[in-house]
Design a protein around this ligand. Structure first.
Ligand SMILES: Cc1cc2nc3c(=O)[nH]c(=O)nc-3n(C[C@H](O)[C@H](O)[C@H](O)COP(=O)(O)OP(=O)(O)OC[C@H]3O[C@@H](n4cnc5c(N)ncnc54)[C@H](O)[C@@H]3O)c2cc1C
Length: 414
């Protein structure tokens, strides 16, 4: 295994030979994906380098320092790719993974349903066998970026006579087919990030099962752990970004025009940059002499650094003690709330006005309106604490029906 310094030198030399801002986004992502630097932690047979998280961080930092665009944004890269690495077959490794890493496909996550969120294993969307295909019927909700995705990570119930965790299958689902209707849901931010997805008689082929029939829960857990680890504080890769897939219509853009564009997908934990932004705002408004504001700014900065270290530990197998992705995600929710409180304390009554001509250019209002989201998606704060209690601290499980009860016999709240 090379050292981090060797990796930095290797990537820098590679970028000098290969980074060309005049390529299209699609061309650049293809070069990056085939080099192994788009996902260095993946095994070599999965378009990676088989490197540790620490070395992957060195790759990401070097790409950013050299002013090049990083791998595709979105849930394909963050969630579907690690799931396919862990549970996919050879064809999925060879073709489908490459199409995520080179941005040809954009994915959304078809997990939550009106009656299945925290208790995801209660999902009721049905998949019924028909020859070598499955017919899918059901409803998904809160599906982020469904309107921009051509592929979905679909969890569906394939055997209601099995206990709820064991009768689920994980499908690679074609979003653009008859029987799929996507309806946007407007959020209080004013945007429509997520959607309802109605599925009525859509089809999936046997070849598009990820993992095995009725074993989708194992693959779903890989997705959820990737989501928690990826959503924690700290950041990654590239001096710019673009959205993948044919529907976002960015693949034919000049890649150099995407340098300097921030990653899509929410406000996140904000990273150290958010604390610095609030320091600047406090200075501009003369609030930096207020001892309360100063103390909270120092607290925010300290917690952000601790959050970053926790995320680094979560990404480094030798340093793990257990529960790091859950802790990192809880910290992100806390940090965003602190940013919201502090930001509003600094800007005062301006916080009631939405618009870019207020102090901070609308940054505090944006954080305020988005701040409830991270404590819900990827598993709520309460669910993270339950997981830590039960799986890390060994506390008794929550009372509930016998885990061997067939799904069909469970009481459901619909
Ligand atoms: C911005 C955003 C984006 C999202 N994107 C996606 C997406 O792309 N794909 C997708 O599939 N889903 C997505 N979701 C949905 C998200 O995963 C669910 O909202 C989440 O899992 C919670 O489920 P629920 O909304 O049904 O709430 P419920 O599960 O009904 O929970 C309601 C409340 O009860 C609490 N609660 C529930 N069970 C317990 C328990 N056992 N112990 C203690 N408290 C409990 C919860 O913490 C919560 O406060 C997104 C959500 C948001 C906010």
């Amino acid at each position: 295994m090379p050292t981090a310094e060797e990796v930095r030198a290797e990537v820098k030399a590679w970028l000098e030979d290969n980074w060309d801002p005049d390529l299209t986004v699609a061309q650049w992502w293809d070069v990056l994906a085939r080099s192994g630097y788009a996902a260095p932690t993946f095994p070599t047979e999965c378009w990676g380098k088989g490197w540790t998280r620490d070395l992957a961080m060195a790759v990401n930092e070097t790409i950013a320092q050299c002013g090049a665009v990083g791998p595709p944004a979105g849930l394909g890269y963050l969630l579907a790719a690690p799931t396919i690495v862990a549970h996919g077959n050879e064809r999925q490794h060879r073709n489908d993974l490459l199409r995520i890493l080179n941005g040809q496909d954009a994915w959304c996550q078809l997990f939550s349903e009106p009656g299945a969120g925290s208790d995801l294993a209660s999902l009721g969307t049905k998949a019924v066998k028909d020859g070598d295909e499955w017919i899918i019927t059901g409803q998904k909700v809160w599906t982020s970026t469904a309107q921009l995705s051509n592929k979905g990570m679909l969890l569906a119930r394939t055997d209601p006579d099995l206990p709820k965790h064991t009768g689920i299958t994980y499908f690679e689902f074609d979003m653009r087919q008859p029987g799929v209707e996507i309806r946007p849901l407007r959020e209080m931010t004013g945007r429509a990030l997520f959607n309802e997805v109605f599925i009525d008689g859509a089809r999936v082929h046997d070849d598009d099962i990820i993992g095995r029939v009725n074993n989708g829960w194992a693959a779903a857990n890989t997705t959820l752990m990737a989501e928690r680890a990826g959503l924690g504080t700290g950041g990654s890769g590239g001096a710019g970004n673009a959205f993948p897939g044919p529907l976002a219509r960015q693949l034919d853009d000049r890649v150099g025009d995407h340098v300097g564009q921030v990653r899509t997908g929410g406000t996140g934990g904000g990273g150290v940059a958010a604390a610095q932004r609030l320091v600047k705002l406090a200075q501009e408004l003369g609030r930096n002499a207020d001892p309360n504001v100063r103390q909270k700014l120092a607290k925010l900065y300290t917690l952000q650094q601790l959050g970053r270290f926790s995320t680094l530990r979560a990404k480094s197998p030798s340093q793990r003690t257990g529960g790091e992705p859950n802790i990192a995600k809880l910290m992100m929710s806390d940090l965003l709330r602190l940013q919201r409180e502090l930001g509003n304390e600094i800007i005062g009554a301006h916080g009631m006005i939405v618009g870019s001509d207020t102090p901070g250019g609308g940054f505090v209002q944006e954080v305020t309106l988005f701040s409830p989201g991270p404590s819900i998606y990827g598993g709520t704060d309460q669910v993270q604490r339950n997981i830590l209690g039960e799986r890390v601290l060994g506390l008794p499980k929550e009372p509930g029906p016998d885990k061997n009860t067939p799904f069909r016999e469970l009481l459901v709240n619909r």
